[in-house]
Structures are given as structure tokens and as C-alpha cells.
Write a protein that binds this ligand. Structure first.
Ligand code: S3P
Length: 448
């Protein structure tokens, strides 16, 4: 399916978002590791969560999904049975990496695999530390999926470890924290910058001791942070009762759309506002945007609130350092804001963007270039000379949901329509993207 976005209409009104992707993955998986019935409301029902639910079934875990409420009847990790066929993680590196951690703790044999796109993503970053902890695990040649975990005797716990992550990554951190539940003592992970902390918050609410502190002894990096997990003995996790907040990473598209479309004034209700996720708000503020936050509260262990966004002029800015990981999924949408801002916007220390659902630096350069945006590709980021009207045209999604949604924003705010090809991938994380933007007044038409 192709979608064409037409310019000209201001966005007004209020929007509710689908449940947070990172929290949905974690809540479903951790519930399956717990003992008792967990109830998760506003669960993200989308392409990206389906492989995880199917994997739970293959592991012998019972669950029901009614609307967006997921009930999981966990019986502890010891009830998981070894799946007879490879677990298909679809396109999701989060599913693969979180499952690898949980399966390492369970100590059962399993193979983890996924789409050709997932098979390109680097897995050495979890496999090397897991092997150091004593997990019998192997990748395909080149350090990619499929990944094979062998069974471990139930009596054999994993090695407590101090491990320094070369790159800040919540997926890697979470994988290792889950594996560390089966270690014979505390494990400490040191990250170059604090990545999203949903795993730490959720495990704490399930009764696990998880501490975080600024990491001493790293004069080169003032942002380094250490997380220490002490596995409960015996390993028991309490079930969850959560209402999941709206996904800030989905809100990002609406925020940028409203900021760059003249006459817009929108509200986004019940958005997750965990500070490890909201770097985009800081980046946009440094470009001159004033975004109102109302009704800030803590719900189910996570900060949530409402946002009000009005069209505003933006100017160029620089994004680097610890801010990068706090907005790691938002760079495609941010690039559209940069294209509409006056002056130069520069992103540095963001080489991780090359290892997402697409190489987002190369893909953004190709597609924004095709729309007439002056884009400079750099090894660890990019710069955009903004302020010229974005030209119309037809661009490719590169099989990347966030790239597809972002390029449509260029059509909404630019001078001419933009058609994005192969947009079915949007249903991975935001199935009603077109409907939500349409309700706010945007003109988007699907064809093919
Ligand atoms: C995620 C962590 C991030 C992010 C991804 C979701 C998570 O990946 O890009 O969409 O849920 O832990 P990295 O840990 O690879 O940065």
C-alpha cells in the first residue's frame, strides 16, 4: 500500500495514542515470568507485539487478548517448556533481545530468529556478555540471528558479572538484567549514558531489587550510569496490574506534524513521559518550540501527562551526547522538523541510527534528498540545512515504520504532496496512524 499526504490543512483537536511499545513488550514477557494472573490495559496490539505473544504460547504460557486488554496467566519461569520450532521474532530486535535474556534465565533450549531485516541487526552485543555470564549461546556467522541457546542444568546458576556496555542500549541492558535473575549474586551493568529504564521500574514493582547510580570512575564520560540487580532467592516475580501509557514515540509524529503545520493546535492525552524517553521535547525546545505539559502524574510506575502543541517557528540546533539515547527512536521525525526549521541542525554521536529498522542516516539522506532537502550524511550522524519548502515526490519506506510515518509528515507540512511507498509497515507500531492524523484534520490517502 502507498499513502499520499497532502499539504494545507491545520491540525486541531485531541488524540489518544496506542499503548507504549517498549512497555507492552516488557509487561507481556515479565508477566509470563511471574507467578499469578497479570492484567495489562492499553496493551499495544500491533505487528510488533504479535511475535512476542506467539512466542509466549510456544513456551507454554497462557494468555488472552480482549480488545487492548491482555491477561497473562504466569506460572513462573520454571514452567516454560522448550519450543519445538524456532521462535519467530518478526522484525523486532526488542523481542529477540528480551526473549534471549529471559530464556537465558530459564535455561531451556530455544532458537530465536526473524525476518531478513532482523537477521541484519547486530546480536554480538548480547551474545558476548551472555556467554561471559555462562549462557550456552551461539549466533549465525557474522554475529546475527538465528541465535541458539542450549539447555543448562537447573542447578547451575549464571555468573554474577560487572559488565560495561560499549553502547547505551536499553535492549542490551534489559536482556542482561533478565539473564541476571538467574545469577548466583548481584550483577552490575555500566552504560555510557542512561537508556530507557522501563525494565528497572517494572522489575522493582515485581519485587526485585534494582539500584541505579551515576557511575564513578569514568572521568571520560560524566553521563555513565551503573545499574545493579540482586536476584531474589528463590526467584519469584509478583504479577502485574498495569494501565500502559500512550507511546511517546508515536506521539513524536503528532508533535512534529503540529509544530510544522501552520495554524495547528493539538492536544495529546495520556502520553508516557518517562524522562529517559522524552529527549525529543528537549531537542525541540532548543529549536525554539514551547510544548505545554499538563496533568503530569505517575501511573503504573511510569510518568504520564497530556501535551499541547501549537504551530511555531523553529530554528536549527545541535543534538549530541546523552540526549541522543533519550530520543533514539525519534530522529526520523526530528529530521522533518529540522528540514522545516530555519538554519542548520546537526546530529552527532548517533551512529546507532545505522542499526535500527533501517540504516536511518543513509535512508533519511536518500529520501529527504529526493524531496529536495539539503542533507549531509556523516559517519555518526547528519546535518540538515532547513527552511526551504520541502518538494513533493514519491519516496520509499525502506521497510521502516518510523521512516514511513516521518516522510508523510513532510507531505502534510510541505508545499506539495508526498507519496510514501510500501507503508503497510506502519502497522508494526502505530496501526491507526492515518486514522489518528485524519481525525486531527490531516489529509492522507491510501492507494494500491
Ligand atoms: C527499545 C530500545 C531501543 C529502541 C527500540 C526499543 C526497548 O533500542 O530503539 O525501539 O524497548 O528497549 P536500543 O536498545 O537498541 O537502543
Amino acid at each position: 500500500m502507498n499513502i499520499t499526504a497532502y499539504p494545507g490543512k491545520p491540525l486541531t483537536g485531541a488524540a489518544f495514542l496506542p499503548g507504549d511499545k517498549s512497555l507492552s513488550h516488557r509487561a507481556a514477557l515479565f508477566s509470563a515470568m511471574a507467578r499469578g494472573e497479570s492484567c495489562l490495559e492499553n496493551f499495544l496490539v500491533a505487528g510488533v507485539t504479535r511475535p512476542l505473544l506467539d512466542a509466549l504460547s510456544a513456551l507454554g504460557v497462557s494468555w488472552d487478548l480482549v480488545g487492548t486488554t491482555l491477561t497473562v496467566r504466569g506460572q513462573g519461569l520454571e514452567s516454560w517448556r522448550s519450543p519445538q520450532i524456532p521462535l519467530d521474532c518478526g522484525n523486532s530486535a526488542t523481542v529477540l533481545r528480551l526473549l534471549a535474556g529471559a530464556l537465558s534465565a530459564a535455561g531451556i533450549r530455544a532458537v530465536l530468529d526473524g525476518t531478513p531485516g532482523l537477521r541484519r541487526r547486530p546480536m554480538g552485543r548480547i551474545v558476548e556478555p551472555l556467554a561471559q555470564m555462562g549462557v550456552p549461546i551461539q549466533t549465525a556467522e557474522g554475529g546475527t540471528a538465528p541465535i541458539e541457546l542450549s539447555a543448562r542444568p537447573a542447578s547451575q546458576s549464571l555468573r554474577p558479572t560487572i559488565y560495561r556496555l560499549p553502547v547505551a542500549s536499553a535492549q542490551v541492558k534489559s536482556c542482561l538484567l533478565l539473564a541476571a535473575l538467574a545469577a548466583g549474586g548481584p550483577t552490575t551493568l555500566i552504560e555510557p549514558g542512561p537508556s530507557r529504564d522501563h525494565t528497572e521500574r517494572m522489575l522493582r514493582s515485581m519485587g526485585v531489587k534494582v539500584g541505579a547510580q551515576a557511575s564513578p570512575g569514568d572521568p571520560e564520560n560524566p553521563y555513565a550510569q551503573a545499574v545493579t540487580i540482586t536476584p531474589p532467592s528463590p526467584l519469584r516475580l509478583a504479577p502485574l496490574r498495569l494501565v500502559l501509557p500512550g507511546d511517546f514515540s508515536s506521539a513524536a509524529f503528532l508533535i512534529v506534524a503540529a509544530l510544522i503545520t501552520p495554524g495547528s493546535d493539538i492536544r495529546i492525552k495520556n502520553a508516557g513521559l518517562n524522562p529517559t524517553r522524552t529527549g525529543l521535547l528537549d531537542a525541540l525546545a532548543s529549536m525554539g518550540a514551547q510544548i505545554e505539559i499538563n496533568n503530569l502524574a505517575e501511573r503504573s510506575g511510569e510518568p504520564v501527562g497530556d501535551l499541547r502543541i501549537q504551530h511555531q517557528p523553529l530554528h536549527g540546533a545541535t543534538v549530541d551526547g546523552a540526549l541522543v539515547v533519550r530520543m533514539i527512536d525519534e530522529f526520523p521525525a526530528f529530521a522533518i522538523a529540522a528540514a522545516c526549521a530555519q538554519g542548520v541542525t546537526t546530529v552527532r554521536q548517533a551512529a546507532e541510527l545505522r542499526y535500527k529498522e533501517s540504516d536511518r542516516i543513509t535512508a533519511l539522506g536518500q529520501e529527504l534528498g529526493a524531496l529536495g532537502v539539503a542533507f549531509q550524511d556523516m559517519p555518526d550522524g547528519f546535518s540538515i540545512q532547513g527552511g526551504e519548502p520541502v518538494q513533493g515526490g514519491t519516496v520509499a519506506s525502506h521497510g521502516d515504520h518510523r521512516l514511513a510515518m516521518s516522510l508523510l509528515l513532510a507531505g502534510i507540512a510541505g508545499g506539495k504532496p508526498v507519496t510514501v511507498q510500501d507503508t503497510d509497515i506502519i502497522s508494526e507500531s502505530f496501526p491507526d496512524f492515518v486514522g489518528v492524523l485524519g481525525e486531527l484534520g490531516a489529509e492522507l490517502h491510501a492507494s494500491g
